[in-house]
Design a protein around this ligand. Structure first.
Ligand code: TYD
Ligand code: MG
Length: 465
């Protein structure tokens, strides 16, 4: 393709420049000028002819068929769930995550099942065909309809896709692709945006679903920031600590399904294994008879998951004591500590407080407040909470417990895993049919009552008035 003149455009106000500047002279924004693809490159020359035929393209919504085989089964239940029931034909799905989290592994693994009935083109700009073969052998992927292509020129890739028409395309990774007509290097914002656009057009025109692997930068955004998110149909993020085995697949955008669902995996020596029972996995190896831990049931989409909350309180040597929270909102810890201090007279002022949600999960919903407060109380008093006690409920600034949703599902999950006592807000308890459960339901209207219940279940005298 002939090289056209590069344009530079301010992303804030749209002013154009013949060369790059550090500051936009029009709006004054700093570092907002980016290289843009010359407008002439897309084949728009037939625009007039196209617009004449547009009226014939108008279709009634009712007459558009949605046949059942619009989605492909990926063979991985957890991935299907996050995608909203399978991979939609013609969709572009971005799979993001830190390097080494397991993106390539997951995509290679789905090739085994999908390869039985579909042809798959695996485009890799990161690994050689030999390296992919070695990984495939390790993962026992030996599908005959899996084809490898190790090129990075996006136009060549799109032409190949259009010509060979595979059923599914996997591109690993978008940051390695490049468009020769752009001057900037592979992985830069303009390159990533234009490469994604070209792949999107090919995917839509041919109704071929495309998985794009995207690396997440240290700051947590997919490079380049946000430019791909609005182009693609779905954005799935692989989370988890690469040094721990638990991996969580989360949809942050999905045009064809809910963004609440999560998929849970465990990295093993045979690749990623689906975890159908995350609660049992998270509670495995829980320290018993140790103070500062409490189990909570959080909702991840339609799924109740039991997670252990750990708190550690120790004497501080610093003038302003340390507070750290992993998997829980840092500011919320301050609020809960203030409530415990003001409403119950529990002083954490000279103590360091560490809080951790075990297993790499994030506890974002307010329903986790009560369990966090109980674990802080248990850590402060150095009194262990009964090992079969579970708690959920929102804590208000007055120390009161407020109702939360999905109570029945949370209780059932706790029952299934052998818990015998559930502490919950009284308001929520009133809405439940208590005779349906074998677990003992203990309603509390405020934190003080919740602590009393704890003391009672531990078989000790209450130390609170
Ligand atoms: P990978 O899929 O290459 O990560 P990404 O594509 O997201 O950068 O995963 C690499 C990590 O997974 C690596 O640290 C090794 C580990 N792994 C296993 O533990 N077991 C396996 O069977 C495989 C294939 C990888
Ligand atoms: Mg990879």
């Amino acid at each position: 393709m002939a090289k056209s003149k590069i344009r530079y455009e301010c992303t804030a106000c749209g002013a154009e420049y013949p060369k790059w500047n550090g500051r936009c002279l029009s709006c004054g924004a700093w570092n907002s000028i980016e290289e843009q693809l010359p407008a002439a490159i897309p084949a728009n020359s037939g625009a007039a002819r196209q617009s004449m035929s547009l009226s014939s393209q108008i279709r009634e919504l009712a007459e558009i068929g949605t046949n059942d085989d619009i989605r492909y089964d990926t063979g991985v239940g957890e991935l299907n769930r996050v995608l909203g029931g399978g991979l939609v034909k013609g969709s572009v799905v971005l799979l993001g995550g830190e390097p080494g989290i397991g993106k390539s592994t997951l995509l290679l693994q789905i090739c085994q099942f999908m390869g039985e009935s579909h042809s798959i083109l695996y485009v890799s700009g990161e690994e050689s065909a030999r390296q992919i073969k070695l990984r495939a052998q390790r993962l026992h992927v030996d599908s005959e309809s899996l084809y490898l292509l190790t090129v990075t020129d996006v136009e060549a890739i799109c032409d190949t896709i259009a010509e060979s028409e595979p059923d599914v395309v996997i591109v690993d990774s978008i940051q390695t692709l490049h468009l020769s007509s752009l001057n900037s290097g592979a992985g830069s914002v303009p390159q990533v945006r234009e490469c994604t656009n070209l792949l999107l057009h090919t995917a839509k025109a041919k109704e071929i679903p495309v998985f794009l692997v995207g690396h997440v930068t240290k700051e947590g955004s997919i490079a380049g920031p946000k430019v791909m998110e609005h182009i693609v149909d779905a954005v799935l993020i692989f989370e988890g600590d690469r040094y721990q085995s638990c991996r969580i697949l989360r949809a942050v955008k999905n045009r064809f399904g809910s963004t609440n669902e999560i998929g849970v995996f465990e990295m093993s020596d045979r690749g990623l294994q689906e975890v159908e029972n995350p609660s049992a996995m998270l509670l495995e190896g829980r320290p018993l008879g140790v103070s500062g831990t409490c189990v909570c049931c959080m909702m991840e989409g339609s799924r109740p998951i039991l997670a252990e909350i750990q708190a550690l309180v120790s004497k501080s040597t610093l003038s302003s004591p340390r507070r750290t929270a992993t998997g829980f909102d840092y500011n919320r810890v301050y609020i809960l500590l203030a409530v415990l201090e003001k409403r119950l007279g529990l002083y954490f002022g000279t103590l360091d407080v560490y809080l951790n949600i075990v297993g790499g999960f994030r506890l974002d919903e307010p329903a986790g407040d009560l369990a966090v407060a109980l674990s802080l109380y248990s850590a402060l008093m150095d009194k262990p909470i009964g090992e079969t006690v579970m708690a959920f409920g929102e804590v208000g600034l007055g120390g009161e417990l407020r109702a939360v949703s999905n109570a029945a599902q949370r209780i059932q999950e706790a029952e299934r895993l052998g818990f015998t006592v559930c502490i919950l807000p009284k308001q929520t308890l009133r809405t439940l049919q208590t005779d349906r459960y074998t677990i003992r339901l203990e309603g509390a209207s405020n934190l003080k009552e919740a602590f009393r219940i704890l003391e009672k279940t531990a078989g000790k005298e209450s130390s609170l008035q």
